[in-house]
Design a protein around this ligand. Structure first.
Ligand SMILES: NC(=O)c1ccc[n+]([C@@H]2O[C@H](COP(=O)([O-])OP(=O)(O)OC[C@H]3O[C@@H](n4cnc5c(N)ncnc54)[C@H](OP(=O)(O)O)[C@@H]3O)[C@@H](O)[C@H]2O)c1
Length: 258
């Protein structure tokens, strides 16, 4: 991580789970980090936990479904740090009950806007800032999912659609960067089950749906990956020498079957 010390990272969805663990690792490693989420209380706690670490942390409330919020986040990034070296598109949501036959449009829209559209907007704005600052060795990490590589699960097929889209977006972005002779690297990290609050959120927004989905046992009873396992994968990808582009990392808990 030495060559990233003092440089700037944006991690979306740092208020919980994988994003939170990654923000801490980056700040501990001496990076300046801007992160966001909708839960301001959790962001404030994270700020306190990062006090005294080598790097610097700035947080902002941002709803990734709201383009004006995303624009405001980039304005904050520009005013606080004035550049961007690493962008981690991590914020994401799933919905186990949003099946193809009976899913609610609002759940499909939330996944599409958060997992796909917001990533595209952040990537466009992030690369724009990197170019303005003549940064030619930046890194964009997309947090995908095993659900973007194979059809599995009992009902979360719309979530899979968004993660398959992210896989396509990652390769499309890499090609566009290369065509413009930009050497910013692009990595897709696709975990299986990770122990975070993600699956609680995915169960549903009301008690009746949550109880129904619990009975379906959409999450297997296995030892899941830890957030630090995903952090290790990010550190490996950004820590590789500049001529090495780590494109795809797929990782499952050992006990996970599909
Ligand atoms: N956990 C798994 O098993 C698993 C497996 C494969 C892939 N992933 C992927 O890993 C990424 C991180 O998930 P996680 O497991 O860390 O889940 P998590 O613990 O639920 O954290 C999700 C993060 O995304 C943020 N977020 C969600 N919707 C947002 C919105 N509209 N605006 C702003 N921030 C939003 C949340 O912040 P707020 O709630 O504060 O808004 C939170 O910080 C996601 O892209 C997910 O698809 C997770």
């Amino acid at each position: 991580m030495d060559r990233w010390v003092g440089r700037v990272a944006m991690v979306t969805g740092g208020s919980g789970g994988i994003g939170r663990a990654l923000v801490k690792k980056f700040v501990q490693s001496g990076l300046k980090v801007l992160t966001c989420g909708r839960s301001v209380d959790k962001l404030k706690t994270l700020e306190v936990e990062c006090e005294g670490m080598t790097g610097k942390l700035v947080t902002i409330r941002c709803d990734m479904q709201n383009e004006a919020d995303i624009a405001e986040m980039f304005t904050k990034l520009r005013s606080e740090f004035g550049r961007l070296d690493i962008l981690v598109n991590n914020a994401g949501v799933g919905s186990d009950s949003a099946s193809m036959l009976s899913g609610e449009t609002s759940d499909w829209r939330e996944m599409l806007e958060t997992n796909v559209l917001a990533v595209a907007i952040c990537t466009r704005e992030g690369v724009k800032l990197m170019r303005e600052c003549d940064i030619n060795d930046g890194h964009i990490i997309n947090i995908g999912s095993m659900s973007g590589h194979r059809i599995a699960g009992k009902s979360g097929h719309f979530y899979s659609i968004t993660k398959f889209a992210l896989k396509e977006m990652t390769e499309g972005l890499r090609r566009e960067l290369r065509e413009t002779k930009n050497q910013t690297r692009v990595t897709l990290i696709s975990p299986g089950y990770v122990s975070t609050g993600f699956h609680d959120y995915s169960l549903g927004k009301d008690n009746e749906t949550r109880d129904r989905m619990r009975k379906l046992k959409t999450v297997p009873d296995i030892q899941q990956l830890e957030t630090d396992d995903i952090v290790d994968a990010v550190v490996y990808a950004v820590g590789a020498p500049p001529h090495v582009q780590i494109h795809d990392i797929l990782m499952r808990p050992t006990e996970q079957v599909v």
